[in-house]
Design a protein around this ligand. Structure first.
Ligand code: URA
Length: 436
């Protein structure tokens, strides 16, 4: 078999066999096939697409390119939750302890921020000393002891995806449905959970910008997961404006803590309830959505979810004091309001642009190895549909470097479109799919 023939076949719109897919995935993982040939193949896939069989074969080849994690030493149903990536998406920070406090076993692998989207691991590192670089033994023991652990993707888990993702990131081949579905699902299958709840984002801040594409992605992932024997549910949720109000690592941690204290923003709380109720049902802890929502509400009211977050942070080396005194989280040296210069209703907040503002402030990575500033970001005070007057704050910008702040502020204004007529916020939940 020759890589050249595989590239040409896909370039000409042909269908790759499982053998051809396994050949290139295996050869790329062990270094026999060079980056430039795989880049060419990724671009051919980007333009020609892959059908369901090819996407499944790619997922399986990537999942089996390294170790498949065995979670059988953990009793009960292990439930994973995954977001396709968004802006202000701090869902795992609040939802994982909420679900764990209701008895669901959370054994989760998370990633770092990517492009304009944030990552759970970076956010969790706002707790001094917190580490996701724990051993498998620690991970399993912790889930058995306190019901929750989050670790980083290890080098031996789906290594093919790790290499392919880094290559796609720099060759403009990320936003292809088959490539995203196989990338996410290969990691989820290798990470060993019994049930998977997917939060598929749609809109300007998501990789899939249209509802049609996001639904196709959700269907594909549900098909792959259920086909592999893991109960898989997808919620297609809005990313046409930032989720909640905070964008930036420590600021998002603070909003997650507020949420666990019963003071979260309405859209964020609703998303946690929607995803959380599916996690409780899949984990066998609730019979139906009504019961699940009551249970989730109860662990917030009683403080059990907040205490679960504290136990989780402490078990992974972090200082939980910041949970009860959020001023101990990383703080920026300056906080400045960004004022509206036009009066009217907010028609649109370009979510990807807000993500870029946080990145420009230092809250995201420009390159793979950039250091990030956990303290910076934005807290929005108005969202789509709100009426604002000139001089009223649209957001508060948290920053340390005035030059970066000036660049971010300029970009911030470009994200907003105002209207003299009332406009409605986009719906938060577009669709819930239990079956493809
Ligand atoms: N997240 C992933 O893990 N992979 C993708 O391809 C896109 C988002």
């Amino acid at each position: 078999m020759r890589m050249y023939d595989i590239i040409m076949k896909k370039r000409n719109g042909g269908k790759l066999t499982s053998e051809e897919i396994e050949f290139f995935v295996g050869g790329y993982t062990n270094g026999e096939i060079p980056d430039y040939q795989v880049s060419a193949l990724m671009m051919a896939v980007y333009f020609q697409g892959m059908d369901q069989e090819e996407t499944l074969a790619l997922t399986m080849a990537m999942a089996h390119s390294g170790d498949m994690l065995d979670l059988s030493p953990i009793g009960g149903v292990k439930v994973d939750k995954h977001s396709t990536g968004g802006v202000g998406d701090k869902t795992s920070l609040a939802l994982a302890p909420m679900a764990a406090a209701c008895g669901v076993r959370i054994a989760k692998m998370s990633g770092r921020g990517l492009g304009h989207t944030g990552g759970t691991i970076d956010k969790l590192e706002s707790f001094a000393g917190f580490s996701t670089g724990i051993s498998r033994e620690h991970f399993i023991r912790q889930v058995n002891d306190i019901g929750i652990s989050i670790m980083g993707q290890t080098a031996d888990l789906a290594p093919a995806d790790k290499k392919l993702y880094a290559l796609r990131d720099v060759t403009a081949t990320v936003d292809n449905m088959s490539l995203i579905a196989s990338s996410i699902m290969s990691k989820k299958l290798a990470a060993g959970a019994d049930a998977i709840v997917l939060d598929v984002k749609t809109g300007s801040g998501a990789f899939m910008k249209t509802l049609e594409d996001s639904l196709a992605l959700a269907r594909e992932m549900v098909r792959i997961g259920n086909g592999a024997g893991r109960r898989t549910i997808a919620v297609v949720s809005d990313m046409d404006q930032p989720l909640g109000r905070a964008v930036g690592n420590a600021l998002e941690v603070r909003e997650a803590i507020d949420t666990l204290q019963g003071q979260g923003p309405e859209d964020f709380v609703e998303l946690c309830m929607t995803l959380g109720s599916r996690m409780l049902i899949a984990g066998g802890k609730a019979q139906d959505e009504g019961q699940a929502r009551d249970m989730l509400q109860e662990v917030i009211s009683s403080g059990a979810a907040l205490d679960k977050l504290a136990a989780f942070v402490q078990a992974q080396g972090g200082d939980p004091a910041a949970i009860y005194d959020p001023k101990l989280l990383p703080q920026a040296s300056h906080v400045e309001p960004i004022l509206a210069c036009t009066e009217g209703y907010i028609r649109e907040i370009r979510c990807d642009e807000i993500g870029v503002c946080s990145l420009l402030l230092g809250g995201g990575r420009e390159t793979k190895d950039s250091e990030i500033d956990l303290s910076v970001g934005l807290v929005l005070t108005a969202k789509v549909g709100d009426y604002v007057k000139c001089g009223q704050p649209l957001a508060y910008m948290h920053y340390n470097d005035p030059a970066r702040a000036a660049a971010a502020k300029e970009r911030f204004y470009q994200a907003y479109t105002m209207d003299s007529k009332p406009t409605q916020a986009p719906p938060l939940i577009h669709r819930i799919l239990e079956q493809a």
